[in-house]
Design a protein. Structure first.
Length: 197
């Protein structure tokens, strides 16, 4: 299993402010995906951790270093080595959000090359699946990693923006591009961006 997929399935510490689920939550906090809004798994329901303030730990591959301390995240998993992550950042202005979204897209555009540079035992390839027409737009990417010891994982990423808020969604499981649930992941991305506020 690749480091990226391990990151998806990792447990998230219970800490920080839970957005939208209690009196401590701000009324204007972005809403996160519900487990049922993720790409359906053939044999397992999704479960979700709490919405947690701060960077996810471990950081997601390729884009993790760009995530600021003001990030808010939620991790998801199934019972069968499929995981997902949503990270949302509310910037001080729309221009800062545009710049941050552009940075994430740049990191994803070079993801496969970066993965192979960091680990010579990994071969990575990627695809760009286009822009989605939701709020200020969302972009979808796929990255396949294959290790010398035989592990093969497929990860999908999307970056979307609504005003001064940017959200990153990541989904991954064992497999290759043939196992990428592209249409379902696009639907998930549209829901994620549309429900930010």
């Amino acid at each position: 299993m690749s480091r990226g997929l391990c990151a998806l399935g990792a447990a998230v510490a219970v800490a920080g402010v839970v957005a939208g689920t209690g009196p401590a939550a701000a009324a204007d906090s972005p809403r996160f995906l519900a487990p049922a809004e993720l790409p359906p798994h053939a044999t397992s329901a999704w479960s979700a951790g709490p919405v947690t303030a701060g960077q996810p730990d471990p950081l997601p591959m390729c884009v993790g270093e760009a995530l600021p301390s003001i990030s808010v995240h939620r991790a998801y998993r199934t019972d069968y080595d499929t995981g997902a992550l949503q990270v949302t950042v509310v910037e001080r202005s729309e221009q800062r959000a545009k710049d941050f979204a552009a940075l994430l897209r740049k990191d994803l555009a070079g993801c496969a090359a970066k993965v192979m540079e960091q680990d010579p035992e990994i071969t990575a390839t990627q695809k760009y699946y286009g822009k989605l027409n939701v709020e200020e737009g969302a972009h979808v990417y796929g990255v396949h990693t294959e290790a010398t010891w035989g592990a093969s994982d497929i990860n999908m990423f999307s970056v979307g923006r609504d005003g001064n808020t940017v959200t990153l969604v990541q989904w991954g499981q064992m497999g290759n591009f043939a196992h990428a649930q592209v249409a379902d992941f696009k639907t998930t991305t549209i829901k994620a961006v549309a429900k930010l506020y």
